[in-house]
Design a protein around this ligand. Structure first.
Ligand SMILES: [Zn+2]
Ligand SMILES: [Zn+2]
Length: 343
């Protein structure tokens, strides 16, 4: 089978390897499509571990099942989530599944950018989902990223009727716009700086799309006037620029929540104004990845059409062009989701 091996964003080599056999409880999946994530472009995060095979947003056909697998059969169309929790550790018992050590260390092998991969018994038991017939393999690749969006909405405690300020409308930001509509959010103010993304945000249904003022204080005043309140009940920072984070910290309403969703470089930092946070009872939270409850919800929203997979996937590439897909994803130049397609 062909396997893509990542060295850096410009150097991805396709190697030939034997097809693995599923052990007891495992499944072997023939990959049909796998999404390219912004995390697959973060060289500072990836190159220390290279060479490695990436791809955590795969969908495919079950090619073989190991002994003891009864809930799936050869030929099933599936999405496999790459991380699964143990359900019994201290983090899982509090519902923080993505903090679980088992969650962090479970992976599909060798990864989604490979013609075949195996998934462990835990994956098979907890987070392998059947794709409904009308959902394409490409659309199935959005289950994982959309689940991350849903994880953030749940962790931020967003409810129908909340006002929300969303900063950044890349692929994830656009899925936030659609999900927030599903969640009953009507008062949504979106911030974006790139022209083509402003247009996209409007296409996805955002009514109020603003270019943020460089001065967060001034921007907060404008937002208060728009929302006719002291700020947004919930603020989602879905852009990794530090200026976006400074802005987000200033936009929350009294009693509001600010959610850090994007990943900055590890040495970047922002200053806080504890007095503003104290007197306004601001909650600051963050979300990492998505759990087995979020993936089920994500598949439901893709299957129902509440999230428009066909509009979110902008580019398709063969495995040999993975480096191009990674560079396109990193460039932020007129592209949304890039997906690797397999024959
Ligand atoms: Zn991802
Ligand atoms: Zn656990």
């Amino acid at each position: 089978m062909k396997v893509a091996v990542y060295y850096n964003n410009h150097d991805v080599r396709v190697e030939e390897r034997p097809i693995p056999q599923p052990k007891s409880g495992e499944i072997l999946v023939q990959t049909k499509a796998c999404g390219v994530c912004v995390a697959d472009t973060m060289e500072w995060y990836l190159t220390p571990r290279a060479p490695l095979t990436l791809g955590h947003e795969p969908s495919g056909l079950i090619e073989a099942v190991g002994s003891g697998v009864t809930n799936f059969k050869v030929g099933d169309r599936v999405v496999v989530h790459h991380h699964v929790p143990c359900l019994v550790c201290e983090h899982c018992r509090r519902g923080n599944f993505t903090m679980c050590t088992t969650f962090r260390t479970t992976h599909i092998h060798p990864g989604g950018f490979s013609e075949f991969f195996t998934a462990s018994a835990l994956h098979v038991e907890r987070d392998t989902l059947i794709l409904p017939d009308h959902v394409s393999f490409e659309a199935g690749t959005l289950v994982e990223p959309l689940a991350c969006v849903i994880h953030a909405i749940r962790k931020a405690g967003i409810k129908a009727g909340d006002s929300v300020a969303l900063i950044g409308t890349g692929t994830m930001g656009l899925m936030f716009i659609e999900c927030l509509r599903y969640w009953g959010v009507r008062d949504l103010v979106v911030y974006e700086v790139l022209d083509w993304r402003i247009k996209k945000a409007k296409e996805f249904g955002a009514k109020e799309v603003l270019i943020p003022d460089n001065n967060p204080e001034k921007e907060a005043e404008r937002l208060c006037a728009i929302l006719k309140s002291n700020g947004a009940d919930k603020v989602i920072i879905a852009a990794k620029d530090i200026r976006a984070m400074k802005l987000g910290l200033r936009l929350a309403n009294k009693g509001g929540t600010v959610t850090f969703f994007a990943t900055p470089q590890p040495d970047e930092f922002v200053e806080l104004y504890p007095s503003f946070i104290f007197f306004n009872e601001i909650t600051i939270t963050s979300t990492y990845s998505a759990d087995h409850l979020d993936t089920r919800m994500a598949l439901k929203l893709i299957a129902s059409g509440d999230v428009s997979a066909d509009k979110i996937i902008s580019h398709k590439y063969p495995l040999e062009k993975l480096s191009d897909a990674i560079l396109q994803t990193a460039s932020r130049h007129e592209s949304l989701k890039c997906v690797i397609e397999f024959e």
